[in-house]
Write a protein that binds this ligand. Sequence first.
Ligand code: GDP
Ligand code: IMO
Ligand code: MG
Length: 420
Amino acid sequence: MVDVILGLQWGDEGKGKIVDYFAPHYDVVARFQGGPNAGHTLYVDGKKVVLHQIPSGIFHQNCVNLIGNGVVLDPVTLKRECDTVASFGIDVKKNLFISEKTNLIVPTHRALDKASEMQKGDGKIGSTLKGIGPAYMDKTGRNAIRVGDLLSKNFTTQYIKLRLKHQKLLDNFHFIEDISAWEEEFFEAVEFLKTLNIVSGEYFINKQIAEGKKVLAEGAQGTMLDIDFGTFPFVTSSNTISAGVCTGLGVSPQKINEVIGVTKAYCTRVGSGAFPTELHDATGEELRKIGNEFGATTGRPRRCGWIDLVALKYTCMLNGITKVVMTKADVLDSFKELNACTAYKIGEKITDEIPFEINKINITPEYKILQGWHCDSSKINNVANLPKDMSSYIEFINKFIGAPVKYISNGPGREQIIVL
Ligand code: GDP
Ligand code: IMO
Ligand code: MG
């Protein structure tokens, strides 16, 4: 059986910590989409580690980790990350597997990402510039190079062909930066990648499932960044929702069991696009400061605001969420009152659905005001000690979104989680 952990907002919900927390109960942890645009933060032996390409189960010796076919893989980031993981005594040659059908990010994808964003000017997506969009375009355009191709003697010819195609596009963008240093590190990293376990991901995972092993699929980004259902065009280029697990790993829908959604107790977003509950005032600033809301991949300050239950209800529906994990509850400790958005006011109309034109229209959030708990929640380790006002906040959310919050994360540490 396959359980899934994914983000219910615009990313950075704390998926990495939660996957790391659950990983000891699983035999396999698998990434099914996204690439090095992801930044998943874990604390291992008290040390902070940010993973971009490797699944967050890598620090558990009894767990094998799979990079699935739905992922786009930058060999340079992977090599760097493998070095970090190895410094903790983890043997990636034993614990990490990569699907031969995973698509590669090449240096010109990064250049194209940059050129495309520059051309968009004020309308830019706010991409992480890791080459995600161009890499997925080459996948659906049927031009990409896949990990399995690295083992063929035609790889260099394939690379040169793609490089020439990209050069024409870059010329159109008048992109003139020298990327030869990127290419040098790319080819070095490719040689390293060839020494790792390259497998047929779909047979690998289905054999594990047939043997009764437990698989945990780890999402990247968040549902509101999904290519189809997010705030398009300000989204990423993959299906971040639970349906992406089937295409991103090669497992059938019948194999999917729990779908665990992760949400912050408030809301953040990096990059451009709609964010109805965003706060441009001192409260937003306070959330950023207390929550240390700076991007794990790019270091950019995250936009902050109140929890958006209209969006959460939508993302629970899209994913078929069975359980919710609410992270960063401790960040709200000092707030006297909390706001939870229950509807959008658009002109004279009030709706509790996500409008098609979300990026283009003026939305005023309608809020339910709830009492803050006003105490240090970070030391609580038992549901019996939960402040009454935190229980009320959670009850209100459960009722509104129609899915139960079953875990509260009250600090970045591995052990800081309350089971409800
Ligand atoms: P991800 O991309 O969903 O894995 O999330 P990120 O790692 O990008 O961002 C989450 C940030 O919040 C990281 O810095 C985590 O260490 C931190 N974090 C996770 N859970 C909690 C929590 O419950 N409380 C606090 N204060 N920080 C948390
Ligand atoms: P994790 O897995 C937050 C955002 C970017 C940009 C948009 C498109 O850590 O939650 P892309 O590089 O994909 O072309 O960027 O999506 N974005 C993320 N925001 N967390 C992420 O990943 C993100 N990955 C991409 O900021 O707005
Ligand atoms: Mg992140």
